[in-house]
Every structure is written in C-alpha cells, then in structure tokens.
Design a protein. Sequence first.
Lengths: 579, 176
Amino acid sequence: MADQTPSPQLFNVQIDGVWHQFPKGTRVIEACARVGVFVPRYCYHKKLSSPGNCRMCLIEMGFPRLGPDRKPELGADGKPIINWIPRPQISCAQDVSEGMAVRTNSPLVKECQRGVMEFLLINHPLDCPICDQAGECRLQEFSVDFGNSKSRFLENKVKKPKNVVLGPRVTLDDERCILCSRCIRFCQEIAHDDVLGFVDRGSYTALTAHPGKRLENNYSLNTVDICPVGALTSTDFRFKMRVWFLKETKSICTSCATGCNTIIGTREDVIYRQTPRENDHVNSCWMCDYGRLNFKYLEAENRLLEPQIRSDGNLIAVDWPMAIAEAALQLKQFAGHEIAIIASGRMTNEELWLTSQLAKSLGVQWIDIVPRRGPGDDILLSEDRNPNTNGARLILRPTSEPGAKLTAIAEAVKSGEVKALMILKENTMHLGISVEQLARLPALIAMNVLSNEATEKATVVLPACSFAEKRGSMINGKGRLQRLNRAVRPPGNARDDWEILRDLLQAVGGGDSLSSVDDVFRRISETVPQFAGLTLSKIGDLGVHILQMEELPTMRPSDEENIEQAVAIQARRRAVRSH
Amino acid sequence: MAITVPRPKLNWRERSYLPAIVAGLAITFKHFKNMLLGRTKVTMQYPEQKWDSSLPDHYRGAPALVQDEDGRVRCVACQLCEFICPPRAIKIIPGEIPSADRFAKVEKYPEAFDIDMIRCIFCGMCEEVCPEQAIFLRKDYAITGFTRADMVHHKEKLLEIGGVMHGVVLKWNEKK
C-alpha cells in the first residue's frame, strides 16, 4: 500500500551485504522477499497482524556506528560500519528504517532456525503419510531446508485431542498444531467472528473454539488454507486426495458477482477442491466457503449428458448435428416477435455475445437475463449472485436493468404470444410460468448443465458445460474482466456452451469463421468499446479493470484499520487477564 | 553423415566357414553324446516342476499388501506408491477409519487398493517408497487370468498374497 503514495520516503537498507532502498513502512521480512531473500516464517501472514510468536523468522540486525558528530562512521570501503545487535531479532514485526542492516544467512541465524525447528518438531506427530497437508506443509519444507535430520528427543510426546470437529467444515488435529495463531487472527481480523483461541498455557496449549461456539462462519475454510501445517483440515477434502496429484488450474469463482480468483485442484477430470488465489484487486487471499464448495453439482445425478429432442412426446438422445438442426428448424418456424430468449448472468461474455447475435439474426426482441440475489456480507460475498451481470449489461445492451423484461416475457409466454422459448442455463419456475404452460409451447429449447423442469418439458435439450469445464471471460461486480479456464473435461456428450451457440447461430444463418472462443472474444473487442484492444489471453491471470463502477474502496481484508482494531482487542484482553 | 563400419579382414580359412561349422558340430555331438549317456538335463518340466525353492530372497514377484500382528492392514493410503509407480498400475481410494474402530488412531485406510498386473513391471519402487512397510514384492510370478479384469489384483487378493508381516513399526502405537 505504501508504495502507492505519491512520493514515499525511501530508506537505505542493507540485506546480506547489499544495499537496497525500500519505502517507509515496509516490514523487514517483506523487504527481504522483495529482493529475493526468503526468510522462513510460520506465524507471519502478509494480510494479518504480526504477533511474532513462531520465532522462525529470526535474523541478525544492525545499525551504522555513529561517530562523535552523530554521522555514520565509514569503513575503509567507504560504506558505513555496522554495529550488529548481539541477539537475533524477528523480521516480521519490524519495519525498515534508515541505515538498517540485516543478515539472514549468518551462522547465528542458521543456528536459530535449527533450534526453532527442533522445538517445533519435538511434539509433532510423525503422521505425514496420513496428513492432508503433506506436500504443501511448511513444517515439512522447512524441516528439510533448515532443520535437523535426526531428533534428539527421547521422552514421550505430548498427547492432544485429535479429530476435533471445530465446525461444519473444519476438522482440527491439535497434535499437529504449531501454535502459530494464524487462524485465530484470521477469525478476528478478516472474518470478524472471534471464535478460536488457545487454552491451557504451557506444553499442553491447544487450539480450540470458544465453549458453546463453533467455527461456522462463511470464511472458515480460509483458516485451513493459511494453516502452515495439517492441523486445520477441510472436512470436505480430508483424506480424499493427496495434494501432489492435483492439477492446478487458475480460474475464478462463479458463485457471486465478486468473482474471487481461485485455483481448481483436479485429478483425472474430477474436482477435489477449490482454493483462493491471491488478487489484491478482488479477493486478497480469501474466498467464502459457499463459493469454494459450490462445485459438487458437476457430478450430480441429474447432469445432462446427451443432446435430446422430443419425438412423439418423449425425449430421445440424438447426436449433436441433429439436435442443432432440430433446434434451428423449430426456431425458424416463427417470426422474431414470437420468440423469447431467457439467458443467464452465469454465462460468459463470449456466450452472451453469441446469444445476442442469435437474437439479432432471428429478430428477437424478448431477451433478458434472470437476476439472482441473495444475502451478501461486507467481506466478499456479493448480493448479486450472478457472476456476470455486468457482462450482460455490456453485451446484451438491454435498454433497461437486467431482469426488467422478465415479467413481460413470462406474460407473453402465458398468453401464447411467445411460441418459441430459449432457456439458456436457467429455470423458469420462479418466473411464474407453470410446467403446463411450458409443455404447451411448440418450441422450447433448453440449454443447461443439470436437468430441471424446463429441460424436462423442452423440445430440444442441449447439455452444456459448467464453470470449470470451459474457457471464457466474465466481468465481476466491480467491473473487472477476468478469465475462466478449463480444469476438467465435460462428461458424456456435454459440450462447450459457446460451441453450441455458435453452431445454432450458423444453422439459423450467420456466425461464420468462429473457430475458437478466442475468435468470439476478438469479435466482442471489435464491437464493444470497453473490450477494445483486449484478447482472451491478454486478460491474464489477475484480470483487467474495464468498467468504472464507482470509486473502488481498498480491499477490506487487508485494511490496516481492521488489523489495528484487532490488535487493540488483543491488548485489552491481555490487560484483563493480567488483573 | 554415413558411418562406415569397418569389417574384419578374413583369411581364406575363415572365408570358407568350414572350421567354424566343424567346431559347432563338435559341440552339438558332445551334447548328443551326453544326452544319450543321461548326463545332461536341460529342461525343467514346468509347471509340474517349479523353481520356487531356488528363488533368491530378493526376487521381485507380484506386489502384495501385508497386515501386522494385530490384523491391521499396514497401508494407510498415503498413495506414494501410486505416485511413484512408473506404469501407473496402482489405484488407491482412501477412506477414513470410523472413530469407534480399534484402529481409529490411524485415521486413514485404503478403501480400495487395485494393482493392474498387466501394467505392473515388477520394479519394486512401491516397496521402496512405502513409509509404512505395507507393500512388498513377493515371490509369486505366475500371474494369470482369462480377462483383463481378472488381472487386476484387488485389496483382498493383495492381502491374501501378502499375509502377515511381523516386525516393529512403532509409529501408530500410543508412544508415537
């Protein structure tokens, strides 16, 4: 944050013998990281306050020796002579200052790291073969990098509670905990749900939830992410798959308009977990549990696997060319004013653009998306549960707000004015169109991932892809264009949405020379001014800001104020305890 | 660029090939004579006769899972063998041991453990990588089946081949 101020004050800092400049307010551990010197740490997390309790980031620190004139004394090489502090200092809770010198690889530092590792490993169980963190465990990594190969500990290890259910989604193994307190600080500072704490001071210190409370806030699984060891585990992911098997695909969460950046962990076309990916413009390092676990439906029983057309009242599976031809035939029977398209705010920009082209070539006026709202919070979860409402605003260019035409469309369907209805990735039940009215429609073309009332009554069913099975772009609630990437292949004969729409567009006449989703994006960039000059690959992993929605507030999770507030709470508690 | 292979220069005796033919025939006649006199025995009548007794201890036959003295399957489904297996013959589905079980402390066990013996190349890496000393290559070498499915060794079959392994793995007792 500090380097965004117009003219930051720069300090000269020596790190491992080399002088660098850092802005005021940079923590020493971050300054080291910025010049490629890694200082091991457990308790320090850049988005949380620094309690300095793990002692893993100890370094040697010194300042220039001052002469009688209060000026730094210069050595033979013309550089200041450093007075080293005899005892090591922690680098995570200290800001850089003028003339500061740091040594991160001296014999003293190495001895400190070895000592800390030895203490941490004294009571740590040797259950790496069953521990879910194995493979991404800081204790494992630092044990190799900084620890000893042998244990000198002969006594019995301390026993602590195992398999503690902290909440509906988090399971705790206290024996593995190294008491770094990251999870406690996360709950205080980010989730604002102060339920975790340490009890039983001494060798038997254990992490636990406040009596009568559970770790059940919507951000609880972030504690699992930031836990440097395998103490906090996700009940959902626990024992399912070892992390080194997971293929990691960078994508975004599509459960609300925030569009948190994610990493989808898959193996052999099965999604095992979603974890947040750092993006300070969107989600900092966090994501909500609701979005994180919202991928189970991909393997639901009612997943649509084959394109189907209605013949003699029954849906029969056909191949794709036949389904597309049938859909086009049914649509072309009717004039533009007899057709309505209900699209979805869950579709990507590319799909929405193809939909708008389809509407244009059919002369359709009745076109809208279904708004989807739910309770939001002031952390990440947005009230707008459609991930791409802004994309629909830009590309479908409705004359009114998204969703305003829906009642009119529903009335037209009921009155029989609309004879052909296309429902793309949506259901019509809550629009007040009954199943009987749907069944009466001469043409009902439904594209979806799972079957619902609309697909059951459809004349043509087009099985499509979910968010993890396709590439494309979406615009989040704050106007940031972000990219989805394909993590798994669609099951059965389900097909990429944009391909279905492209084929349909070609079958009704139009949509030539679109051979990849990148081509579709290029067309959008030619027609929509906000997209000008962009390509799908230029969006990058962190997205591009293309819409000025409003003056964007800084990300709350990294708010200095919140951290200060939490520190104040801690200080007050300490004061109460000492009385 | 073409590489010219130098051929040995043969003298006239070697070029006639006769001395080599005679020498070869002499060996054949020696074997013929020994066979008539019953001195050589070159064929083992497999499968009536087997060479099991003379297999060395380090022989690498079919991989198998072992149980410990208490009857616990030693495997904890860490999936390292699945990871290391060069032909990807191993497939493990991990499961959680219920808290009421007497081995609940171990927490994890293989719900399914399949080794595709068509794929297995008997390299022994699974045995080498196992942190729990749960998988061993046994001396079974005659792995047969009528279908591909027959050739997949499931957990039951693997435990049957493996049997009980005695030895000290103190990891999961109370003193851990």
